[in-house]
Design a protein around this ligand. Structure first.
Ligand SMILES: *Cc1c(COP(=O)(O)O)cnc(C)c1O
Length: 239
């Protein structure tokens, strides 16, 4: 097994154990391999090891890799997810690459996605990013405003709301992340109760290398793992 394959295997094992603790089926947890700063060769290796979703946080960096790898890697279909903040002037480029946008964080952005999607004749799946940390410099809609944004977005034709995404703040121990994940799950439940999700299954995107086990215990259906699969990131993109 390569380094990447064995790292991935260990992540899977830990997901299985966390799911068991919560009485969940580990198959209900998808892994997004977060490939910011990771080059195409390592991405190929991850796909060969079983990864089928690639997560990028910048549109430009993703465009360069998408041009090399495309939507099939070694003949296997891969989905590209945007996990970082989306600027309105990058929406068109983003819609050409990504099948799920985890980072819908304002009505203004929703309107721009609607406009561009209309022009490209696409329907775009999005998650509402909730700023559960409460840190003002972080992206995401305030927890208090998330349901209201979901109501507005549900009225758009070209956006298909599929769930919520949250990033826990940096905390001392994994356990300290739990209340933030609970908050995300609780808000997701409220949006679901109002019937605002339009996709077949509801996505709860939460948990990164530091805290994914707690996120799985709290109901995550998507975990976003970078360093846990690829090792420590270098400062710069490798492309
Ligand atoms: C970088 C990043 C991750 C992955 O972080 P790791 O700690 O490397 O697992 C997950 N989500 C988002 C939004 C990120 O930007």
């Amino acid at each position: 097994m390569t380094g990447i394959a064995s790292m991935l295997e260990s992540v899977r094992q830990r997901i299985t154990e966390a799911a068991a603790r919560a009485g969940r089926d580990p198959r209900d947890v998808e892994i997004v391999a977060v490939t910011k700063t990771v080059g195409p060769e390592a991405i190929r290796e991850a796909v060969r090891a079983g990864i089928s979703i690639i997560g990028e946080n910048r549109v430009q960096e993703a465009s360069r890799k998408f041009a090399v790898l495309g939507a099939r890697v070694d003949g296997k279909p891969v989905a590209w997810h945007l996990i970082g903040h989306l600027q309105t002037n990058k929406v068109k480029a983003a819609l050409e690459i990504f099948s799920l946008i985890h980072s819908l964080d304002s009505w203004r952005l929703a309107c721009e996605i609607e406009r561009v999607a209309e022009r490209l004749d696409k329907v775009v799946e999005c998650l509402v990013e909730i700023n559960v940390s409460g840190i003002p410099s972080r992206f995401g809609v305030d927890p208090d405003a998330a349901v209201a944004l979901a109501r507005q977005v549900a009225a758009l034709d070209r956006l298909r709301l599929a769930g919520v995404m949250a990033i826990a703040p940096v905390v001392e121990t994994k356990e300290d992340a739990r209340p933030y994940f609970r908050m995300a799950r609780e808000i997701c439940g409220r949006i679901q109760d109002e019937g605002l999700f339009k996709a077949g299954k509801v996505c709860l995107s939460m948990g990164m290398t530091q805290d994914f086990e707690v996120a799985v215990e709290e109901g995550a259906t998507i975990v976003r793992i970078g360093t846990g699969i690829f090792g420590p990131r270098r400062g710069e993109a490798m492309l």
